[in-house]
Design a binder for this molecule. Structure first.
Ligand code: MLT
Length: 310
């Protein structure tokens, strides 16, 4: 007897709106990427693709919700490199990111920037580090919490310079940016998707980009490596995951829709204006994300050994 390989429900998928959980506040970098991709995917899938912001604990809470959600293709996760660090940073995490999530595909890789409030006195990175060691020793550094890439960048800066900073955690760097603009905090290391417009508008002070090379939308901003932190490099890759056990045909359909969304001219144009670009079609696949995610989990568990939040 020939058994059907695809059940009726999978065949008809999606029959109702899909929710993408973004485990960070609205208006921040993950939210921006997710909304652009969701708009393009919903046109392709013929169903609404809704964004649900569930920030807190660096994104580890909202990610856990997806890890434990029904594996039916109606609850997805869009987040970033942080998901590969949660295991190392949260020893009592009630789920295992590497095992409880099923890959859909990579989305983009976003450069980061070390930025300060507009009227911060130091004029360049060297002056900033000198200031932080003296007069600016109580400076505040806004992040989206432990596990967020803004926090990860801060940890790498502390490791590279030995300078301690007063970290102020938010539910996402959208609200942290509001406080930087308002002068309530001094510094952030955040993605260009959240900083490029404010830098171009002269509303915050750019100190450095965290990529190996300078980036085309901020040609006058030096790299941290140029500024004396040899080999300093971090950027935020983003991806979409489903809960483990999501049927293969559904995952495949989502991956195809993601790959199409990443070819959408509006998505390409909006990403470019924010300093990034979509990954290639070969990377917007479950297999490519599986490989990347597992190798990132290994890399960060070594780099973050001893950094666990108690
Ligand atoms: C982060 O710092 O990890 C992100 O910026 C979180 C966010 O999207 O707000």
């Amino acid at each position: 007897i020939a058994l059907p390989t695809v059940s009726a429900a999978q065949d008809k998928y999606p029959e109702r709106p899909i929710t993408i959980v973004v485990p960070a506040a609205a208006g921040g970098p993950s939210d921006t990427v997710a909304r652009l991709v969701a708009d393009a995917m919903q046109a392709d899938l013929g169903q609404q693709v809704l964004i649900e912001n569930a920030g807190g604990a660096g994104g580890s809470l909202g990610t856990g919700r997806v890890a434990k959600a029904e594996a039916d293709g109606y609850t997805l996760l869009l987040y970033h490199i942080g998901v590969a660090t949660f295991g190392a940073l949260y020893p009592t995490l009630p789920y295992n990111p590497g095992e409880d999530l099923a890959s859909v595909g990579l989305v983009t890789e976003v450069p980061m920037t070390l930025v300060g409030r507009k009227d911060l006195a130091p004029s360049d990175v060297a002056a900033l580090f000198t200031w932080l060691k003296g007069e600016g020793a109580n400076a505040t550094f806004g992040t989206a919490g432990v596990g967020a890439v803004s926090d990860l960048c801060g940890k790498l800066l502390v490791n590279a310079t030995g300078i301690k900073m007063n970290v102020v955690p938010y539910k996402g760097t959208g609200p942290a940016m509001n406080d930087l603009l308002g002068g309530q905090i001094d510094l952030m290391c955040d993605q260009t998707t959240n900083t490029a417009n404010q830098i171009k508008g002269g509303d915050i002070k750019p100190y450095a980009v965290t990529t190996r090379e300078r980036i085309s939308i901020l040609p006058d901003t030096p790299t941290l490596a140029e500024s004396g932190l040899k080999d300093f490099e971090i950027s935020a890759w983003h991806a979409i995951w489903a809960p483990k056990g999501t049927p293969e045909p559904i995952r495949q359909k989502l991956a195809e829709s993601l790959a199409k969304a990443l070819k959408n001219p509006t998505v390409i144009e909006r990403f470019a204006a924010l300093g990034t670009e979509p990954v290639s079609s070969e990377m917007a696949t479950p297999a490519a994300l599986d490989e990347h995610f597992q190798s990132e989990i290994k890399r960060w568990s070594k780099l973050l050994a001893g950094s666990a939040k108690q």
